[in-house]
Design a protein around this ligand. Structure first.
Ligand SMILES: *[C@@H]1O[C@H](CO)[C@@H](O)[C@H](O)[C@H]1NC(C)=O
Length: 392
């Protein structure tokens, strides 16, 4: 009983750690999370539990229970992640080593997830810079590379080592940099044409054998969380017109109604529709704004690349595209119709009979897949004109 409880709380803690990373990275601009104590929102369970969370449980002052919510001390956890990793074995001799040169956005994550979460074996992730000469690959996160490259490795690069450029922001939201040409060998982004494509989320076969959940209880019609407000964005203009025809529950900094990472799931799942409006329109730029509502049982109304692009990743019947309508007014009328017709509304969830949606874990997902790519693929490759490839 005792050990069952602690393994359950350990799982919960692990989920918290992963979610912390995910929420703080992806929702960076929305919540400006305070990095001292973070809570652990409810999410689907995963059968993994890294050493990090076990250690955190054993160490006093790492965890607090506040109002029945488990809170993890983020600052000391970050410290511990680095230390545990340095103390742990350096991996088998045949393992492919990927050195993570900087934590993306400064947020650490568990380095031991490749086999348990992605079924990727033979990969060893490290943040220990003394492994530079042994590393088969080195991962760099675009936003964290200094303008003058002064935080990039100074040592001569081993001939077989591949440098991987990681970026999940769209070209509109990433500073263009000409001094990054002829530096990298591989790219990992959300784009189809990257060497290692990692989307913001996935719909995949429900292999767990678990029947899909009921549609959550709804008490709101249309919701939107936005903090990065810019009246020039296409989405702002669309919203301004849409709200004239249907009532929209709005949250986020811009509306002076911040929601915590903890309340996020409850809010989103209580809405029939969620406005999954991207801040910039780019091919394949389909973010957690889509995958979060999909996994929380809410129908996304998308504004982004064309419907065809969405349909490459998710079933066409799972979402509503603003382009399906001639005007925001027509969309509003359609949403009101769906509100009155439960059978029609339920049809948006038929894909859940065979599939599940999940949002990617920012960091581990890119690192594990990059490592796996390097392990399997020994071809010489240079990204000579990153600049025109990404921003051109
Ligand atoms: C990686 O790219 C650099 C230049 O960007 C090149 O000098 C190096 O030979 C490449 N290495 C491999 C293994 O592809």
């Amino acid at each position: 009983m005792e050990s069952q409880n602690s393994s359950r709380s350990c799982k919960n803690l692990f989920i918290a750690v992963v979610l912390m990373t995910l929420f703080s990275a992806i929702f960076y601009m929305y919540y400006e999370p305070s990095v001292n104590w973070l809570n652990c929102p409810a999410v689907p369970k995963h059968d993994v539990c890294g050493n990090i969370c076990i250690n955190a449980l054993k160490t006093p002052n790492q965890i607090q229970i506040v109002n029945n919510t488990c809170m993890v001390n983020f600052t000391s956890l970050r410290h511990q992640l680095t230390q545990t990793e340095a103390a742990s074995s350096q991996g088998g001799d045949l393992d492919t080593i990927l050195l993570i040169w900087m934590w993306p956005f400064g947020h650490p994550f568990d380095l031991g997830l490749c086999s348990s979460m992605y079924n990727i074996h033979g990969c060893h992730l490290t943040v220990d810079k003394s492994q530079f000469n042994k590393a088969h690959g080195v991962l760099f996160h675009h936003r964290d590379i200094y303008g003058d490259l002064s935080n990039m490795p100074k040592l001569p690069r081993p001939p077989i080592q591949k440098w991987v450029w990681m970026n999940m922001e769209s070209p509109s939201n990433s500073g263009q940099r000409s001094n990054l040409n002829n530096l990298f060998n591989l790219t990992t982004t959300y784009r189809h044409d990257s060497d290692i494509m990692v989307p913001y989320g996935r719909i995949s076969e429900n292999t767990g054998g678990k029947k899909h959940d009921e549609i959550p209880h709804k008490n709101k019609l249309v919701c939107w969380i936005v903090s990065n407000w810019n009246s020039d964005f296409k989405r702002s203009k669309y919203y301004e017109e849409l709200k004239e025809h249907i009532s929209i529950e709005t949250y986020g900094n811009h509306f002076n109604r911040r929601i915590s990472a903890k309340d996020y799931s409850d809010v989103v799942s209580s809405c029939k529709f969620y406005l999954s409006f991207e801040n910039a329109i780019h091919q394949d730029y389909i973010t957690e704004k889509l995958y979060n509502p999909l996994s929380l049982g809410t129908v996304p109304v998308v504004l982004g690349p064309p419907r065809k692009n969405y349909e490459e990743f998710i079933p066409g019947s799972a979402f509503i595209h603003v382009d399906d309508f001639n005007s925001p007014k027509e969309l509003a009328e359609h949403l009101k119709l769906l509100d009155q017709n439960d059978d029609l509304y339920r049809q948006f969830f038929t894909w859940k009979e065979h599939f599940v949606a999940r949002t990617s874990f920012f960091g581990p997902e890119q690192a594990c897949h990059a490592c796996d790519h390097i392990r399997r693929n020994k071809n010489y490759r240079v990204v000579n004109d990153l600049n025109s490839w990404y921003w051109g």
